[in-house]
Write a protein that binds this ligand. Structure first.
Ligand SMILES: [Zn+2]
Length: 118
């Protein structure tokens, strides 16, 4: 059997392509983690503002319900974004079996279907 350099090259390219995809996934993943952290911080901040307005309103006897409603809608919006980011991360918490294609839990060492090492 003759040595086929083209096959070797194609194989190496395939491995490099897969490595590049993995690296991009890792970048996406850490970016999502940062986004989630920022979203949580922003939600906390908005809750703080809401609390302050509520305090001031009761302290001074002003009606600032309008401002409060605005902040509540901002918080709702941020929460929706956070939920989306959370589910994106949860969806990524799987390891696909190279042999049977089953999506396994990321913590699994062996495939739950065929038992191959992941
Ligand atoms: Zn499997």
């Amino acid at each position: 059997m003759a040595f086929n350099f083209e096959d070797l090259k194609a194989g190496a390219k395939d491995i490099l392509d897969k490595a590049a995809v993995k690296a991009n996934e890792a970048i996406d993943y850490s970016k999502t983690q940062i986004d989630r952290g920022q979203l949580r911080a922003k939600i906390k901040e908005e809750y703080c503002k809401l609390g302050k307005i509520c305090y001031d309103m009761h302290d001074a006897g002003d009606d600032r319900t309008g401002e409060m409603k605005q902040i509540i809608s901002i918080i709702k919006d941020l929460k929706t974004k956070l939920e989306e980011a959370d589910s994106a991360v949860n969806a990524k918490k799987t390891k696909e079996c190279k042999f049977c294609g089953t999506a396994n839990d990321a913590v699994n060492v062996y495939c739950s279907k065929c038992g191959e090492k992941l």
